[in-house]
Design a protein around this ligand. Structure first.
Ligand code: SAM
Length: 293
């Protein structure tokens, strides 16, 4: 996502796909990393033959952009580990900016009904666990994180510990939003932040989230989306750079119009707002809200 180092030029901040910057920053930072992290980055950028093949795939995928090349590069475990590491180290600024919105949404969700069992779809490195942990006094029982990328797990576990969640409160499962490995009506709250931009089928993912919610359960979402028609320049830039963003950012689309999809997914009530997080940024336009089953 948004990975803007202080030294990035204004142009870069606005017009390069954000996770491409994230990748570049992370590689540059590699030399300053502790040894264990350096080994990880070396796996991506080093000189073994598997790494060379990863590099070839990366270059081919970027230059070619065809589905097969992109798939080949993105499905390698080195890319998954690299992406997890990059997410874990480059999202602080974004999380600071979005924090007031998330605080308000989580507070509202906790006030609207009992939140005991939570499922977070596409949990990633676990930046939302601190908001959930804040509710443990009110009876939070379990949090299940579902993500296709197993390299995210150790970061999520670390975030849970940091947030004060006990190890038996968090379960991590490998899976995708379009086919959640969970039974019907098992969650009071489903959390989904910056995920509907990345899944293959957002409509199917939303159906699945609704399926696993209990009656009157809530879906909490925060997503970056296609800019509104009043910002034609930004919309055009998003459309032009969308293929590159998908490759550089693990399948993330810049052009998803997510709110109409949420509204069309059979929830009884959707309370949402649209806002701009950072003026002019490709992932500035956001929607957030609560949808009630
Ligand atoms: C941009 S990250 C966001 C992570 C986290 N939710 C956050 O707010 O930082 C997107 C996450 O979605 C996950 N993801 C990608 N495709 C997915 C799918 N089909 N189903 C579920 N999660 C998916 C990725 O592995 C990644 O962890």
């Amino acid at each position: 996502m948004l990975a803007v180092g202080r030294e990035q030029s204004w142009l870069c901040q606005r017009f390069l796909p954000s996770r491409l910057l994230l990748a570049r920053n992370s590689l540059r930072l590699a030399s300053q990393l502790p040894r264990r992290e350096r080994r990880l980055v070396r796996t991506v950028a080093g000189n073994q033959s598997s790494t060379n093949s990863f590099r070839r795939q990366l270059l081919l995928g970027t230059a070619c952009g065809c589905g097969l090349c992109v798939y080949a590069a993105r499905s390698s475990s080195a890319y998954q580990r690299f992406f997890a590491y990059a997410m874990a180290t480059s999202m602080r600024e974004y999380e600071e900016q979005i924090a007031p919105i998330k605080h308000e949404l989580f507070d509202k969700a906790f006030q609207q009904g009992p939140v005991r069992d939570v499922v977070e779809v596409g949990m990633g490195t676990g930046p939302n666990l601190k908001y959930l942990a804040a509710d443990t006094q009110q009876g939070l029982r379990s949090v299940i994180g579902v993500d296709p990328n197993p390299a995210m797990d150790r970061y999520a576990q670390r975030a849970a510990k940091h947030a004060g969640l006990s190890s038996d409160q968090l379960q991590l499962r490998q899976g995708v939003a379009e086919g959640l490995p969970l039974p019907d009506a098992c969650a009071d709250l489903v959390v989904c932040t910056l995920v509907l931009c990345s899944v293959k089928s957002p409509g199917k993912a939303l159906q699945e989230m609704r399926r696993i919610l209990k009656e009157k359960g809530q879906l909490l979402f925060v997503e970056h989306v296609l800019a509104p028609p009043e910002q034609p320049g930004l919309r055009l830039a998003q459309r032009l750079l969308d293929p590159l963003q998908q490759f550089a950012s693990d399948g993330c689309h810049l052009t998803r119009d997510t709110l109409p999809l949420v509204r069309a997914s059979g929830f009884t009530k959707v309370e949402a707002s649209s806002f701009m997080l950072e003026q002019g940024s490709l992932i500035g336009p956001h929607v957030s809200g609560l949808a009630i089953k």
